[in-house]
Ligand binder design. Structure first.
Ligand code: CA
Length: 224
């Protein structure tokens, strides 16, 4: 769920935007004053600031200019002025997008999604689970500092489990990771690779420390 801060001084529009974004699964806070927005956004650290231009205290462009150097989330400017010059000013101020009011709800939501996609932090490439380190960039893993001898398929399986460490990953999802297709209920690929992965981890099959069987679901990499 993405967190969105709506900065809008017109109460009816603010509550309409809040409702629209909440209904589409976002967590929403609102602010009506431009001069309070920078500090609040830095404290609350939302994923996206939806920013009006005409605001009491400080206009949206100035808010954007002050916020941008310190803020990693998205900034989407929403203004009543449909002037092309405003768009240039807004983008130059560091906004990730610009929309002129009135804006269709579906169009607004599409722009919100687009900015959130662009500004989402990159997925982790290296996971450290206690003594076990899995690095997707190097496609290698280490246990207690010792490099594990893994085939490419075992690595894919380990990474998939590591991403959800502490949670059971359904056999279907693991099969999909390895074979790119849904499990037919018969294929033993996942079990075979799990056995190999357990050997590489030095996990005894009867009492695995790392790679747990979750009966009726699939497998789970133990939390650190
Ligand atoms: Ca306004």
């Amino acid at each position: 769920m993405a967190r969105v801060m709506v900065v809008e001084d017109e109460p009816r529009l603010a509550s309409m935007l809040e409702e629209l974004l909440t209904m589409s699964g976002h967590e929403v806070t609102t602010e009506a004053r431009g001069d309070l927005t920078v500090e609040r956004a830095l404290v609350e650290d939302p994923d996206l600031v939806l920013l009006d231009v005409g605001l009491p205290g400080m206009d949206g462009f100035e808010v954007c200019r002050r916020l941008r150097p310190q803020f990693e989330g998205g900034i989407l400017i929403l203004t009543a002025r449909g002037d092309a010059l405003d768009e240039v000013v807004g983008l130059d101020a560091g906004a990730d997008g610009y929309l002129a009011k009135p804006v269709e709800p579906q169009r607004l939501l599409a722009h919100v999604r687009a900015v959130l996609r662009r500004t989402a932090p990159p997925a982790p490439r290296r996971l450290e689970l206690g003594d076990l380190v899995v690095d997707a960039g190097q496609r290698a893993a280490w246990l207690e500092g010792r490099a594990l001898s893994l085939g490419s398929t075992e690595f894919d399986l380990l990474w998939r489990l590591a991403v959800d460490a502490g949670h059971a990953v359904p056999r279907d999802a693991l099969h999909e990771t390895l074979r790119g297709t849904a499990w037919d209920g018969l294929d033993r690929t996942v079990d075979l690779r799990i056995s190999r992965l357990r050997r590489a981890l030095g996990d005894p099959p009867q009492a695995p420390r790392w790679l747990l069987t979750v009966r009726g679901i699939g497998y789970q990499l133990a939390p650190a």
